[in-house]
Design a protein around this ligand. Structure first.
Ligand SMILES: *[C@@H]1O[C@H](CO)[C@@H](O)[C@H](O)[C@H]1NC(C)=O
Ligand SMILES: *[C@@H]1O[C@H](CO)[C@@H](O)[C@H](O)[C@H]1NC(C)=O
Ligand SMILES: *[C@@H]1O[C@H](CO)[C@@H](O)[C@H](O)[C@H]1NC(C)=O
Ligand SMILES: *[C@@H]1O[C@H](CO)[C@@H](O)[C@H](O)[C@H]1NC(C)=O
Ligand SMILES: *[C@@H]1O[C@H](CO)[C@@H](O)[C@H](O)[C@H]1NC(C)=O
Length: 588
């Protein structure tokens, strides 16, 4: 009934009021005493005096010019749980402001970001906060964290102190916060984590500091750590993590790990550094490996580091590692350089990356990959080799080749292979035999010659094929009948006809932009039109007088029923029409 809905409306007005962005310079008078939530953000308020809102649970004063909160301002906000004071000037009037904040003992969520706050200010503002659960202090000027800071807010579960100037954390600062699970200290000036002792943390973000070493003194405590972000630092070695942990995600991208040394050297240097830092006397133990061996790691990002050799022994420890990003390092080859304990003369001990499914090796300058490495990947599904110098070959041809090449046929579980920009010279017959590739990217290999039977062995499994930017003419392009193919990209070549074998495929998308097409084969288009939803044709010089293929597409559009098809054929027609206009213009 209208009465009921009016009541409901009034009720919701009472509960929540927003004055966001109203050019206010003071808090509005006559606020409804029943308010539960009040938004005063994005105004010009400079002062707060007593607020009599006994039911208020949330208050947002962010992005004002607040520098003075009178001592008793918050005394009547007994229910306040969430307070947002970010983007103000609360580095002023510490005496009065801190008294005001100290009366909020029930606060659960506090945002003090971007206030120019120093260590002392924060210490005062955090007094008497036993219920505080989440604290955000992004973009202040904290330099040192000490135990006094959180002494009266021991219930904290999440602390975000990124973009400050922190270079020191005194022991005992976070240890007493037994509920602490999430800690972000990204974008500070920390140089070393020399003894990591926060057993309770699940998430630690130290991204964008200047961390050179991360070391945990070996102990038998169970650490809850699951995610550790040490990206964008100055690490020289793998971190020495807690022995017993739950670490699943390790972000080490953009560091200096691997700098110009072999794996063996790096591991022994990391171990001696560890011994130096923890002042341990035992000389021979391989602490790094004995600890890494126990990690439940499934993801590691080592991209943008300085590896010149692949750390086979470290990463093939029996970790459940599924995703490894090794892009943008300096590997020129992956040799099987591993120590052989039983027979020191030989280096042929086989190790395995038992669980590895996704391996990124983009932009490394890779030319050679040892067959031992390839056979160490029993579960591999995705391999990204974009921007390297890998020459694929098949075992039947290899003996005739003088240069080293890579035999993909060992990778029988491989589904997605990216060989874009490898300067591939020739793609031999049956290069991918014994694999079941679903997608293959061969783009930008401008000098590549494709043997007629190159894709023969994957013709049944292939669903997506990219052969754009390879300077290919139709005379040189022959594709087998590929019944599963749904996506084809042949853009940026010199094609004037499509291989007729494509009528085998149920293509849904084809990109043939920027080629030399003048017309398209009508019976091929007729066959393809049954499945086609996206067709990109611009950048060709279609002949207006030979447009039967377009008529076929348009007819198909007329007889098809499903709306999504109509929408996408509209895009077909649209890009075709663009061509059309260009081609008609001279006639008009
Ligand atoms: C506080 O307000 C700012 C906008 O001024 C917003 O970005 C931030 O997420 C808010 N903090 C919390 C904890 O909701
Ligand atoms: C760590 O913090 C940085 C900077 O705030 C952020 O970009 C990154 O996504 C965070 N890392 C994780 C793993 O959440
Ligand atoms: C590394 O690769 C993984 C998996 O593909 C991806 O999630 C991650 O974003 C990549 N890292 C960088 C820095 O690009
Ligand atoms: C086809 O490849 C080109 C690069 O040559 C790329 O720009 C384009 O986005 C690709 N087309 C589709 C539909 O993804
Ligand atoms: C592409 O092929 C043409 C001949 O079809 C040749 O003149 C040109 O140099 C080739 N471009 C590259 C980058 O190889």
């Amino acid at each position: 009934s209208p009465g009921a809905s009016l009541l409901l409306h009034l009720h919701s007005v009472c509960l929540f009021q927003s004055w966001n962005n109203h050019n206010l310079s003071t808090v509005p008078l006559d606020l409804d005493a029943r308010l539960r939530s009040l938004d005063l953000s994005n105004n010009f308020i400079r002062q707060l005096s007593t607020l009599a809102l006994p039911y208020l649970e949330q208050l947002d004063v962010s992005n004002n010019q607040l520098d003075l909160i009178s001592e008793g301002a918050f005394e009547n906000l007994a229910r306040l749980e969430r307070l947002n004071l970010s983007r103000n000037e609360l580095n002023n009037n510490l005496g009065s402001n801190s008294k005001a904040l100290q009366s909020l003992s029930g606060l659960k969520n506090l945002d003090l970001s971007m206030n120019g706050l120093s260590n002392d200010a924060v210490e005062l503002y955090l007094r008497n906060k036993p219920s505080l659960d989440q604290l955000r202090m992004t973009g202040n000027v904290l330099t040192r964290l000490s135990p006094n800071l959180f002494r009266q807010s021991k219930g904290l579960r999440t602390i975000i102190i990124d973009e400050n100037l922190i270079s020191e954390i005194d022991q005992g600062t976070f240890e007493p916060l037994s509920q602490l699970e999430t800690l972000t200290l990204a974008k500070n000036n920390l140089a070393c984590i020399c003894d990591f002792r926060l057993y309770q943390l699940k998430y630690l973000n130290l991204s964008r500091n200047s961390v050179e070493f991360f070391v945990t003194r070996e102990n038998d405590e169970l650490y809850k750590l699951e995610i550790l972000d040490l990206s964008y630092n100055k690490l020289l070695y793998f971190p020495v993590v807690p022995k017993f942990n739950h670490l699943k995600y390790l972000h080490l991208q953009n560091n200096m790990v691997g700098s110009l040394t072999s794996e063996a050297t790096m591991v022994s240097e990391a171990n001696s550094l560890y011994r130096e830092i923890v002042r341990e006397k035992t000389v021979t133990k391989n602490n790094l490996h004995s600890i890494w061996r126990l990690m439940p790691l499934i993801y590691i990002d080592l991209s943008y580091n300085h590896f010149t050799s692949f750390p086979i022994e470290t990463l093939s420890l029996p970790l459940p590692l599924e995703t490894l990003n090794f892009s943008y390092n300096c590997l020129q080859n992956i040799n099987w350089d591993i120590r052989n304990y039983s027979d020191p003369g030989s280096s042929l001990r086989q190790l395995y990356f038992h669980s590895l499914k996704h391996l990124e090796l983009k932009s490394n300058g890779l030319g050679y990959i040892s067959p031992f490495f390839l056979s160490a990947l029993p579960k591999i599904e995705t391999l990204n080799l974009q921007d390297n110098s890998v020459q694929p070959c098949s075992s039947t041809q290899q003996e005739n080749l003088t240069t080293s090449c890579v035999e993909f046929e060992q990778l029988q579980t491989l589904k997605h292979l990216n060989l874009k920009e490898n300067n591939i010279k020739i793609l031999q017959r049956n290069t991918f035999q014994r694999t079941s590739l679903v997608s293959l990217n061969l783009a930008k290999n401008v000098h590549m010659v494709m043997h007629e039977g190159a894709l023969e062995s994957v013709r049944a499994s292939l669903q997506s094929l990219i052969i754009s930017e390879i300077n290919m003419s139709s005379a040189r392009l022959s594709l087998p009948c590929m019944p599963g193919l749904t996506q084809l990209n042949v853009s940026n070549n010199h094609l004037d006809t499509l291989p007729s074998s494509l009528s085998c495929s149920s293509l849904r998308g084809i990109d043939m932009r920027n080629n030399d097409f003048k017309t398209l084969d009508q019976s091929l288009i007729h066959n393809l039109s049954a499945h086609l939803t996206n067709m990109y044709v611009s950048g060709n010089h279609f002949n207006c007088c030979d447009s039967g293929w377009l008529t076929i597409l348009n007819q198909t559009e007329l007889v098809t029923k499903v709306p999504h098809y109509l929408v996408s054929t509209a895009s077909v027609a649209f890009s075709v029409l663009v061509q059309w206009a260009i081609c008609l213009t001279p006639l008009i």
